[in-house]
Write a protein that binds this ligand. Structure first.
Ligand SMILES: [Zn+2]
Ligand SMILES: [Zn+2]
Length: 355
């Protein structure tokens, strides 16, 4: 019951964050991209036996989830299991600068009947300081060209983690790099791992305060990241046969840069994201439509306990987005036999409409 209440509170927060409308029991919108579905959260102890426990009519996909392979809290297997319980048709494992979680997720996908989109989220920097996150969908995650480039990023992340800890130690904050590496569990080291170590030793009371006190630019533990340009990030994704997509474009606040990225080969844009208000999503949807970009969306879930941000499947797009991404990738259109079959059932009761 406590779990249920907690989830209800979380969903209420999510609802107010996204200004979600319940459209009088609305069924599928006229345009497949007119809306994004928000699925009611499930309790953790639910005994759902089959996909689509809430009777969602459309097949849905959460195209942005982080696993333990980068800075998420769940294993790739657990993510796919959660996607199954949520009734999703597909989920994209999009870890920061690593593809280490993809094989495990694909294995779990075969077991649960959930399609796993092999993906990545590459952290790039434009100019001196503008962070640009580039998602890559349907990448060949075993491509040697991609893996070589990612190895450089992994080493740089490892070194950066070491330097952050050194700087904190010099300032009298006792965190150990071994613990940070342990928290990262062999995945790509990032500031969230250092922040968790800071919380453990009592130097910060929460992840937010760890960032605010130590890890933001100007903080004693801050070390700038190895720089990859958006051009290089898009190039890495294209070289591995994938489709490049701008993640949470609202963080860029730079339409000229987005236009440049389209010229560099960007083919998709993440219109639906927890940081996007309905007006923001509307803005980027128009941007996408004007330039013929594929519209994507996802929860960007990291799934830490007590996380009030959306969980897996709380933001999802229609499965057609997956087909469009696959068609635009080096894989090309899938044959009918390759397509996973999922039952279509009753309509959803929740829909977020950004019109
Ligand atoms: Zn991001
Ligand atoms: Zn992300």
């Amino acid at each position: 019951m406590i779990v249920l209440c907690t989830r209800i509170v979380q969903m209420c927060i999510a609802k107010s964050t996204f200004r979600m409308h319940n459209k009088d029991g609305a069924i599928a919108p006229a345009s497949i991209y007119a809306s994004v579905w928000v699925i009611p959260a499930m309790t953790q102890d639910s005994e759902a036996e089959s996909p689509n426990p809430y009777g969602i009519m459309e097949r849905l996909a959460d195209l942005h989830v982080h696993s333990l392979a980068s800075d998420g809290a769940l294993t790739p297997f657990q993510i796919v299991e959660a996607a199954f319980r949520k009734g999703l048709a597909a989920v994209a494992i999009a870890d920061h600068d690593t593809t280490l979680g993809i094989d495990e997720a694909i294995g779990a996908g075969n077991q649960f009947g959930v399609e796993v989109v092999p993906a990545i989220e590459i952290s790039a920097i434009h100019g001196d300081r503008t962070e640009v996150h580039v998602l890559g969908y349907f990448i060949d995650h075993r491509s040697p060209v991609l893996q070589e480039a990612l190895e450089v990023l992994q080493i740089a992340r490892w070194e950066r983690g070491r330097r952050m800890v050194e700087r904190l130690n010099e300032a009298g904050v006792r965190v150990s790099f071994d613990r940070v590496a342990q928290i990262a569990a062999g995945g790509a080291i990032g500031r969230p791992h250092v922040a968790r170590a800071l919380c453990e030793v009592g130097a910060a009371s929460s992840m937010d305060s760890a960032f605010g006190k130590f890890l933001q630019e100007g903080g004693v533990g801050y070390v700038p990241r190895h720089k990859v340009s958006p051009h290089e990030a898009i190039g890495m994704i294209k070289a591995s046969g994938g489709v490049a997509c701008c993640a949470h474009p609202v963080k860029l606040k730079n339409e000229a840069l987005l236009v440049e990225m389209v010229e560099m080969g960007l083919r998709a844009i993440e219109v639906y994201h927890p940081d996007h208000s309905p007006a923001t999503s509307r803005y980027y949807r128009r941007f996408a439509e004007k330039r013929g970009l594929i519209i994507t969306g996802g929860s960007d879930a990291h799934c830490f306990p007590n996380d009030i941000r959306p969980g897996i499947g709380d933001i999802a797009v229609h499965y057609e987005a997956v087909e469009e991404l696959r068609n635009a990738s080096a894989l090309g259109p899938a044959s009918n036999e390759d397509k996973p079959s999922f039952p279509r059932t009753r309509e959803s009761t929740f829909v977020m409409d950004d019109d």
